[in-house]
Design a protein. Sequence first.
Length: 111
Amino acid sequence: MIMTDCLFCKIIAGELPGDFVYKNDLVVVFKSIEPKAPIHLLVVPKSDKHIDSVNDLEESDRQVISELFLVAKKVAKDFNLDQTGYKLVFNVGRGGGQVIDHLHLHLLGGW
């Protein structure tokens, strides 16, 4: 379900621009507009069910979670980060640094 006020839902729907580097049926990957590393990508689920954060995950979300990690691994390899190293980060809640209420995985590298 696309949330009308969710920035990432709007990017996924094509209502706002996104610099996409990968897409499949379950997730998209696009460049962060506020990079914290030379390569800073966001791996974002595009399922019909809107998930705000890790705190909102349910047993039925296993496929989405595994896809986030497997796609992050693939894209890291595409950017040659598998050779140099990278970080995968979930920010959870405002106190954990989460700014957008849409589950997403940060892929950071290129140092």
